[in-house]
Design a binder for this molecule. Structure first.
Ligand code: URA
Length: 204
Protein backbone atom coordinates (compact mmCIF):
# COMPACT_ATOMS: atom_id res chain seq x y z
CA UNK A 1 0.00 0.00 0.00
CA UNK A 2 0.93 3.69 0.24
CA UNK A 3 3.41 5.03 2.82
CA UNK A 4 0.76 5.45 5.55
CA UNK A 5 0.13 1.69 5.54
CA UNK A 6 3.79 1.07 6.16
CA UNK A 7 5.98 1.16 9.26
CA UNK A 8 9.20 1.34 7.27
CA UNK A 9 12.58 0.35 8.59
CA UNK A 10 13.58 0.61 12.26
CA UNK A 11 16.63 2.74 11.37
CA UNK A 12 17.23 5.46 13.94
CA UNK A 13 18.53 8.20 11.69
CA UNK A 14 18.15 9.29 8.08
CA UNK A 15 21.83 8.48 7.57
CA UNK A 16 21.33 4.91 8.79
CA UNK A 17 18.18 4.52 6.70
CA UNK A 18 20.03 5.75 3.59
CA UNK A 19 22.82 3.26 4.25
CA UNK A 20 20.35 0.44 4.73
CA UNK A 21 18.55 1.39 1.50
CA UNK A 22 21.75 1.07 -0.54
CA UNK A 23 21.25 -2.69 -0.64
CA UNK A 24 17.53 -2.55 -1.40
CA UNK A 25 16.06 -5.36 -3.54
CA UNK A 26 12.39 -4.75 -2.67
CA UNK A 27 11.59 -4.40 -6.37
CA UNK A 28 13.57 -5.09 -9.55
CA UNK A 29 14.65 -1.50 -10.29
CA UNK A 30 17.99 -1.96 -8.48
CA UNK A 31 19.09 -4.27 -11.31
CA UNK A 32 19.51 -1.51 -13.91
CA UNK A 33 19.88 1.69 -11.92
CA UNK A 34 23.33 3.00 -10.99
CA UNK A 35 22.52 3.43 -7.29
CA UNK A 36 19.82 4.24 -4.75
CA UNK A 37 19.00 7.94 -4.60
CA UNK A 38 17.81 8.50 -1.03
CA UNK A 39 16.23 11.76 0.15
CA UNK A 40 18.37 14.66 1.23
CA UNK A 41 18.04 17.62 3.56
CA UNK A 42 18.53 18.67 7.17
CA UNK A 43 17.23 16.48 10.00
CA UNK A 44 15.37 19.60 11.26
CA UNK A 45 13.47 19.93 7.94
CA UNK A 46 9.84 20.96 8.42
CA UNK A 47 8.62 20.17 4.94
CA UNK A 48 9.26 17.05 2.85
CA UNK A 49 8.97 17.30 -0.94
CA UNK A 50 8.19 14.04 -2.68
CA UNK A 51 8.87 13.64 -6.40
CA UNK A 52 8.41 10.59 -8.60
CA UNK A 53 11.82 9.00 -9.03
CA UNK A 54 15.38 10.15 -9.67
CA UNK A 55 16.16 11.27 -13.21
CA UNK A 56 19.23 10.47 -15.29
CA UNK A 57 21.44 13.06 -13.55
CA UNK A 58 20.25 12.08 -10.09
CA UNK A 59 20.92 8.40 -10.83
CA UNK A 60 24.52 9.18 -11.76
CA UNK A 61 25.16 11.62 -8.88
CA UNK A 62 23.25 9.71 -6.18
CA UNK A 63 21.45 12.90 -5.10
CA UNK A 64 17.79 13.88 -5.61
CA UNK A 65 16.61 16.94 -7.58
CA UNK A 66 19.99 18.12 -8.86
CA UNK A 67 19.01 18.06 -12.57
CA UNK A 68 16.75 20.41 -14.57
CA UNK A 69 13.58 19.67 -12.56
CA UNK A 70 15.45 20.24 -9.31
CA UNK A 71 16.88 23.54 -10.47
CA UNK A 72 13.42 24.70 -11.50
CA UNK A 73 12.03 23.61 -8.12
CA UNK A 74 14.78 25.59 -6.34
CA UNK A 75 13.99 28.74 -8.36
CA UNK A 76 10.26 28.43 -7.72
CA UNK A 77 10.82 27.89 -3.97
CA UNK A 78 12.93 31.02 -3.88
CA UNK A 79 10.17 32.98 -5.68
CA UNK A 80 7.61 31.54 -3.28
CA UNK A 81 9.67 32.67 -0.29
CA UNK A 82 10.14 29.15 1.10
CA UNK A 83 13.38 28.72 3.03
CA UNK A 84 15.27 25.92 1.28
CA UNK A 85 17.07 25.15 4.57
CA UNK A 86 13.77 23.85 5.98
CA UNK A 87 13.22 21.50 3.04
CA UNK A 88 14.01 17.80 2.62
CA UNK A 89 13.64 16.45 -0.93
CA UNK A 90 12.99 12.83 -1.80
CA UNK A 91 11.16 10.61 -4.26
CA UNK A 92 8.36 8.05 -4.09
CA UNK A 93 10.65 5.60 -5.91
CA UNK A 94 14.36 5.65 -5.15
CA UNK A 95 15.86 3.93 -8.18
CA UNK A 96 15.86 5.40 -11.70
CA UNK A 97 13.58 3.46 -14.08
CA UNK A 98 14.39 3.90 -17.75
CA UNK A 99 14.26 2.37 -21.18
CA UNK A 100 17.50 2.41 -23.20
CA UNK A 101 17.19 4.23 -26.52
CA UNK A 102 20.50 4.19 -28.34
CA UNK A 103 22.96 5.63 -25.84
CA UNK A 104 20.27 7.62 -24.05
CA UNK A 105 18.23 6.46 -21.07
CA UNK A 106 14.59 7.49 -21.38
CA UNK A 107 12.55 7.96 -18.19
CA UNK A 108 9.95 5.21 -17.66
CA UNK A 109 6.99 5.53 -15.28
CA UNK A 110 7.19 3.45 -12.11
CA UNK A 111 4.32 0.99 -11.74
CA UNK A 112 2.10 0.56 -8.68
CA UNK A 113 4.09 -2.43 -7.38
CA UNK A 114 7.31 -0.43 -7.48
CA UNK A 115 5.68 2.56 -5.76
CA UNK A 116 4.26 0.29 -3.04
CA UNK A 117 7.55 -1.55 -2.50
CA UNK A 118 9.39 1.76 -2.12
CA UNK A 119 6.75 3.24 0.22
CA UNK A 120 8.74 1.36 2.90
CA UNK A 121 11.51 3.97 2.54
CA UNK A 122 9.20 6.96 2.26
CA UNK A 123 7.46 5.81 5.44
CA UNK A 124 10.86 5.56 7.13
CA UNK A 125 11.79 9.10 6.10
CA UNK A 126 8.46 10.51 7.35
CA UNK A 127 8.74 8.63 10.65
CA UNK A 128 12.23 9.98 11.31
CA UNK A 129 11.78 13.55 10.07
CA UNK A 130 8.30 14.17 11.51
CA UNK A 131 7.70 17.12 9.15
CA UNK A 132 4.87 19.62 9.59
CA UNK A 133 3.74 18.87 6.07
CA UNK A 134 4.67 17.01 2.91
CA UNK A 135 4.32 18.22 -0.67
CA UNK A 136 3.24 15.73 -3.32
CA UNK A 137 4.84 16.70 -6.62
CA UNK A 138 2.65 14.96 -9.19
CA UNK A 139 0.51 11.83 -9.32
CA UNK A 140 3.08 9.22 -8.26
CA UNK A 141 3.92 11.13 -5.07
CA UNK A 142 0.23 11.83 -4.42
CA UNK A 143 -0.49 8.12 -4.62
CA UNK A 144 2.48 7.24 -2.38
CA UNK A 145 1.37 9.76 0.28
CA UNK A 146 -2.42 9.64 0.06
CA UNK A 147 -3.49 6.52 -1.85
CA UNK A 148 -6.28 6.72 -4.37
CA UNK A 149 -8.13 9.63 -2.73
CA UNK A 150 -5.95 12.26 -4.45
CA UNK A 151 -6.27 13.52 -8.03
CA UNK A 152 -3.64 16.08 -9.01
CA UNK A 153 -5.73 18.05 -11.51
CA UNK A 154 -8.66 18.28 -9.09
CA UNK A 155 -6.73 18.71 -5.82
CA UNK A 156 -3.67 20.77 -6.74
CA UNK A 157 -3.14 23.78 -4.50
CA UNK A 158 -5.09 22.18 -1.66
CA UNK A 159 -4.05 20.43 1.54
CA UNK A 160 -5.32 16.90 2.01
CA UNK A 161 -4.77 14.80 5.09
CA UNK A 162 -2.96 11.45 5.08
CA UNK A 163 -4.58 8.85 7.40
CA UNK A 164 -1.67 9.52 9.79
CA UNK A 165 -2.87 13.15 10.07
CA UNK A 166 0.06 14.54 8.09
CA UNK A 167 -1.09 17.47 5.91
CA UNK A 168 -0.19 16.96 2.25
CA UNK A 169 -0.05 19.83 -0.24
CA UNK A 170 -0.82 18.45 -3.67
CA UNK A 171 0.70 20.08 -6.74
CA UNK A 172 2.19 19.25 -10.12
CA UNK A 173 5.68 17.93 -10.77
CA UNK A 174 8.21 20.54 -11.95
CA UNK A 175 9.04 18.19 -14.87
CA UNK A 176 5.54 18.86 -16.19
CA UNK A 177 6.49 22.55 -16.43
CA UNK A 178 9.70 21.69 -18.27
CA UNK A 179 7.77 19.58 -20.78
CA UNK A 180 5.29 22.39 -21.52
CA UNK A 181 7.77 25.29 -21.76
CA UNK A 182 6.94 25.79 -25.46
CA UNK A 183 3.20 26.11 -24.76
CA UNK A 184 1.45 29.51 -24.76
CA UNK A 185 0.39 29.02 -21.12
CA UNK A 186 3.89 28.15 -19.86
CA UNK A 187 4.34 31.37 -17.83
CA UNK A 188 0.88 31.00 -16.30
CA UNK A 189 1.58 27.37 -15.36
CA UNK A 190 4.81 28.33 -13.68
CA UNK A 191 3.12 31.19 -11.79
CA UNK A 192 0.43 28.79 -10.62
CA UNK A 193 3.07 26.36 -9.37
CA UNK A 194 4.75 29.19 -7.41
CA UNK A 195 1.32 30.11 -5.97
CA UNK A 196 0.88 26.50 -4.82
CA UNK A 197 4.32 26.57 -3.16
CA UNK A 198 3.55 29.87 -1.43
CA UNK A 199 0.92 28.01 0.63
CA UNK A 200 3.70 26.07 2.35
CA UNK A 201 4.52 29.23 4.32
CA UNK A 202 1.25 28.89 6.27
CA UNK A 203 2.79 25.81 7.93
CA UNK A 204 6.33 26.98 8.66
N1 URA B 1 12.37 14.24 -10.87
C1 URA B 1 12.01 13.68 -9.70
O1 URA B 1 10.86 13.33 -9.49
N2 URA B 1 12.93 13.50 -8.79
C2 URA B 1 14.20 13.84 -8.95
O2 URA B 1 14.99 13.61 -8.04
C3 URA B 1 14.55 14.45 -10.16
C4 URA B 1 13.63 14.64 -11.10
Amino acid sequence: GPAFENNGSDARSIGNAAEEAEGCTRCDLYKNATQVVFGEGPAKAQVVFVGEQPGDKEDLAGKPFIGPAGKLLDHCLEEAGVDRDLCYVTNAVKHFKFAPRGKRRIHAKPNIGEIQACAFWLATELRLLKPKLAVALGATAAYALLGKQAKVTRDRGTFLSAPTGLPILVTIHPSALLRSMDQPDAELNRARFVEDLRKIREYL
